[in-house]
Write a protein that binds this ligand. Structure first.
Ligand code: NAP
Length: 484
């Protein structure tokens, strides 16, 4: 069955952690945008829930300030802001106690779509699920949204899945990975499966290798102690990079339908080879004159946690045998870039002679900055003087290609929250997918934990450790420059 937008007459969305950073920075500004786009039915309600003592008026003031900061365009739209804030109310509730639950039970309507967003620390996911049932607030139709991290290894992810399953069916659970909500990520599927051009070439016979890069310029200062328990592999690779890899590598699903897509992604994860020690590079950024080193920010001089990781990954199936996927992600790097580069093989023979040999085609799928897709092709350099070839990009930056619509691409959170309301799970991870991802990740982490090897120190503002460059040089390849 093909998924389609289901009209929703009304909904109640409860945001546990409604005063927190994520709610103020992403969730509520995202909802404000959807409100302005006319996608919020008149009688729908948003209920913030947390332990802080405040009333509806104080909560609306808090969120009004958040809109001012994180959706600055709202400053010119006072009527819309007032209309949106009118939908908000607040309930004081303790996820680990009994306070506030009976009040919440009276507030949440049973005859509309109910969604509960768990925007709180992971230790509260289980207690919230339990209390929603104990206080008879959730129904068999309610949906819960779970933020990352979903466990820190296979065992904890299984335990969390089991706890949630005591109270909710898989169809009610929306495990969020905001990368899947990005416009480009969905466009990747449109490009692959909506054109006849790419799919026949989408295999090891024509694709030399794939690079997936998520580079950040920020460090971990302010949340170093928290990050130090996780590291780049757990924080980024197990979820975001793995999801991107799945969408590139999966077989075409029969329909763009939640379980059809997720079945195909799961097969990719299960086909991933184990990773050997010489296929991984881990690093920690150094201090600059103005910024602390990773070790200083983590407040742990002996930390073995990585702020950078690069991996060479193989997928053992017919389509991909022999085509490596190189993944890298890190903090305090030169630029903030998220992109996937599909490097095609060179032409088997150059009819123009060796000097005029064409560069291989590459398809660049950019998630940030400037979401868009670019295909590099070889053409003749204009002018007389023989057949000189030049590689040029066919650029489809959404903001340019799609005009005003491209500039107004909804933020990932906006799209995903509305998908929850509409009951569309296509862009959310299923429980078995998350477990399979941990089952692949755990032995890699165990390998370096057992070895006790220190991550390599790399310069802040660089492209990462030199050893990550060597990882590709060894194979006669090189990373695409991470320039913005
Ligand atoms: P945060 O700023 O620390 O906010 C936590 C929220 O939870 C606050 O509203 C807090 O309010 C509430 N809370 C804490 N203990 C509670 C309890 N016992 N009962 C009820 N409410 C309680 O955290 P955050 O950055 O928003 O992150 C929330 C979740 O999103 C985490 O799982 C995080 O890993 C994930 N996440 C965050 C980001 C981000 O950019 N911030 C990105 C990706 C994922 P009170 O203290 O008043 O109760």
């Amino acid at each position: 069955m093909v998924s389609r937008v289901i009209p929703v007459d009304s909904f109640d969305l409860v945001i546990f952690g409604g005063t927190g950073d994520l709610a103020r920075r992403k969730i509520l500004p995202g909802l404000f945008h959807r409100f302005c786009a006319g996608q919020m039915p008149d009688t729908s309600c948003i209920i913030g829930a947390a332990r802080a003592d405040m009333d509806d008026v104080a909560y609306r003031t808090l969120i009004g300030e958040a809109l001012d900061e994180f959706a600055p365009e709202s400053r010119a739209m006072p009527d819309d802001v007032a209309g949106f804030l009118d939908r908000l109310s607040y309930v004081r509730v303790d996820a680990t106690g009994d306070a506030g639950w009976s009040h919440l039970a009276k507030k949440v309507r049973k005859d509309v779509v109910q969604a509960f967003y768990f925007s709180v620390g992971p230790s509260l996911f289980g207690p919230l699920a339990e209390r929603l049932h104990a206080h008879a607030i959730a129904t068999s139709q309610s949906r819960i949204v779970i933020e990352k991290p979903f466990g820190r290894d296979l065992q904890s992810a299984r335990a969390l899945n089991a706890t949630l399953a005591e109270h909710f069916t898989e169809e009610q659970i929306y495990r969020i990975d905001h990368y899947l909500g990005k416009e480009t990520v969905q466009n990747l599927m449109a490009v692959r499966f909506g054109n006849v051009l790419f799919e026949p070439l989408w295999n090891a016979q024509y694709i030399d290798h794939v690079q997936i890069t998520v580079a950040e310029t920020v460090g971990v200062a302010g949340r170093g102690a928290y990050y130090d328990k996780s590291g780049a592999m757990r924080d980024m690779v197990q979820n975001h990079l793995m999801q991107l890899l799945c969408l590139i590598a999966m077989e075409p699903p029969s329909f763009f339908e939640p379980n059809a897509v997720r079945d195909e992604k799961l097969k990719v994860i299960r086909a991933l080879d184990p990773v050997a020690a010489d296929q991984v590079v881990r690093g920690q950024y150094k201090a600059t004159r103005n910024t602390p080193s990773y070790l200083e920010a983590a407040e742990n001089p002996d930390s073995l946690t990585e702020s950078y990781i690069a991996l060479k990954v193989h997928i053992s199936n017919w389509r991909w045998k022999g085509t490596p996927f190189y993944l890298r992600t890190g903090k305090r790097l030169k630029s903030r870039v998220s992109e996937i580069v599909v490097h095609f093989k060179e032409t088997p023979h150059s009819i123009f002679g060796d000097e005029a040999r064409s560069a291989a085609n590459a398809l660049v799928i950019r998630l940030q900055p400037d979401e868009g897709i670019e295909l590099s092709v070889t053409i003749k350099e204009p002018g007389p003087g023989g057949m000189r070839l030049v590689n040029v990009p066919l650029d489809m930056t959404f903001a340019e290609a799609l005009g005003p619509d491209g500039e107004n691409v909804p933020d990932a959170y906006e799209r995903l929250i509305m998908d929850v309301i509409r009951g569309n799970q296509t862009l959310f991870m299923r429980g078995d997918e998350v477990e399979a991802a941990w089952a692949w990740t755990d032995p890699i982490i165990e390998m370096w934990t057992t070895a006790g090897k220190k991550p390599i120190q790399y310069d802040s503002g660089s492209t990462g450790p030199e050893e990550a460059m060597i990882l590709l040089h060894r194979d006669g390849r090189r990373w695409r420059e991470i320039e913005t």
